[in-house]
Ligand binder design. Structure first.
Ligand SMILES: Cc1cc2nc3c(=O)[nH]c(=O)nc-3n(C[C@H](O)[C@H](O)[C@H](O)COP(=O)(O)OP(=O)(O)OC[C@H]3O[C@@H](n4cnc5c(N)ncnc54)[C@H](O)[C@@H]3O)c2cc1C
Length: 464
């Protein structure tokens, strides 16, 4: 039997991981990695800003899930981790910048006393939140939105003023239309298994504190350290950039033929590690139902502006990792990360420099995408100046645009993807879907999916 050939479509972190696992699997297979753009990494990109490598997208990954850490260990870069230095954050809520209380887990308060003084939730809202401690849990376990879950347990103020700014800004979503099962799996699990969300999360928090692990890991050289290291391991992989796959055809004798502008590539199996909106037309001729499910996944676009200021121009002491903006504040900004606090090396040797990364755009709000770079920077700088008492100019800036970058997981997304996958198993065996559109947006979730897609293909060849 000839060595099977697997083509991985898309060289973001999911595709790179799948290609790495396939090319280093015990059972040999030939691997090609086909990428539409001129670079590897997809939504991970680190470029110089003020002479320091600063991420244009993801800058850290969750440390308490194993997938990214395990991959880094296999690649020999797990000793290079750094963790954010700063703690605490702010939220712009009801027209004011307010410090978020301690003890939040994804915005859910585990200590109601701490919320009292924050001014974010009204006394009545707090009383309602406290009902969680006594109300019976009658959730039927069906996936529901994060906003509905929190409102049901703790009332609308906690849902809208604490959880929505936090979870909504992480996923560029409206949390009332965001799957709890996928976007906040830990909250969904606690809600399923505990009578009280507050008590369950408190217990989880204690368990986490006992492990003494940081919440996030990053790299001094930025998240591209991971991409570059993976790419360096792909010596046996045929990597083709500037090669957009625009059709997949079933070959009469078995296997698949992929069309790219520079010619076709034959494959025995295919990992589609590209967004669902790209996968939809590729599978449409053979799996119409699956294609429709994939085409129905919606996306939010995000712009991220990196800005440097003179620290002596700033009145606020910026004590924390950043700020979030509640969606009803009618601001362009959705969040700002105090980069120099989170990653002190971002300022280089300059004590009078601070670096912030400011985000704009979420589902239903594309205003930032319609502004040119100068307008966007000016608007965001003005909003920041008002909030943080900034007197001086922006010294340097960089705009990173991420169009259609955040898939919107509606409640029931997992089940719909499972349905699409089962149709693919029947009609296009050996074609796998993997990546942020499907079962988790964060880097660890993408790595997990890349691992799993590779494992399924290896198993398929082994049992053939
Ligand atoms: C601004 C921003 C900040 C983020 N911050 C964090 C963070 O701090 N921590 C975290 O864990 N996650 C973060 N994320 C999320 C995380 O970075 C992404 O979900 C993840 O990198 C997506 O990886 P992926 O491989 O699934 O997809 P992508 O990175 O989108 O890769 C898909 C690849 O497929 C290619 N492609 C598309 N169509 C074709 C085609 N037809 N043929 C060939 N190739 C094709 C694309 O060019 C792309 O390279 C952030 C995302 C953004 C946008």
């Amino acid at each position: 039997m000839t060595t099977p050939h697997v083509v991985v479509v898309g060289a973001g972190i999911s595709g790179l991981t799948a290609a790495y696992r396939l090319s280093t699997a015990d059972a040999p297979c030939r691997v090609s990695l086909v990428e539409a753009s001129n670079r590897l990494g997809g939504k991970i990109a680190t470029t110089p800003f003020g002479g320091v490598m600063i991420d244009e997208g993801a800058d850290a990954f969750l440390a308490r899930v194993p997938d990214a850490i395990d991959l880094c260990r296999d690649l020999g870069i797990d000793t290079n981790f750094i963790s954010p230095s700063s703690k605490g954050a702010y939220v712009v809520s009801r027209g004011k910048l307010r410090r978020l209380p301690d003890g939040l887990m994804l915005g859910v308060p585990t200590q109601l006393r701490q919320v009292v003084t924050s001014g974010i939730v009204s006394p009545l809202g707090l009383l309602r939140a406290g009902l969680d401690l006594v109300k019976p849990n009658n959730w039927d376990g069906e996936d529901e939105s994060v906003g509905d879950l929190i409102t049901r347990r703790m009332g609308s103020e906690v849902a809208e003023r604490l959880v929505d700014p936090l979870v909504g800004s992480i996923s560029a979503s409206d949390t009332f239309n965001l799957s709890a099962q996928l976007a906040t799996p830990q909250i969904a699990e606690v809600a399923r298994n505990h009578r009280s969300l507050i008590r369950g999360l408190r217990q989880l928090q204690k368990e986490r504190e006992a492990t003494n692990l940081p919440l996030f890991y990053g790299f001094r050289g930025g998240m591209s350290v991971l991409v570059d290291r993976l790419a360096a391991e792909l010596t046996a992989v045929d990597i083709r950039t500037n090669s957009e796959v625009n059709a997949i055809e079933v070959r009469p004798g078995g296997g698949y033929r992929l069309a790219t502008p520079s010619g076709s590539i034959d494959a025995d199996a295919v990992v589609i590690a590209a967004p669902a909106r790209i996968a939809a037309p590729l599978v449409a001729p053979y799996a119409a139902g699956a294609s429709q499910i994939l085409a129905d996944v919606e996306y939010a676009s995000v712009s991220l502006v990196t800005m440097a200021f003179r620290s002596s121009d700033i009145g606020n002491d910026l004590d924390g990792s950043g700020l979030l903006v509640a969606p009803d504040e009618d601001m362009l900004m959705t969040a700002a990360s105090f980069g120099h606090r989170k990653w002190p090396h971002w300022t280089g040797d300059n004590d009078d420099r601070i670096v912030m990364r400011v985000s704009a755009g979420r589902f239903g709000d594309d205003r930032a995408m319609h502004l040119d770079d100068d307008e966007l920077v000016e608007s965001l700088a003005n909003e920041l100046a008002g909030l943080l008492d900034i007197e001086g100019p922006v010294l340097e800036w960089r705009v990173s645009r991420w169009p259609l970058s955040f898939p919107q997981y509606r409640p029931g997304h997992s089940d719909r993807i499972a349905l699409a996958e089962s149709e693919l198993v029947a009609t296009l065996p050996g074609i796998e879907l993997t990546g942020s559109s499907y079962r988790g947006v964060g880097i660890p979730a993408c790595i997990r999916q890349g691992n799993e897609a590779a494992a399924r293909i290896v198993e398929r060849f082994a049992s053939a």
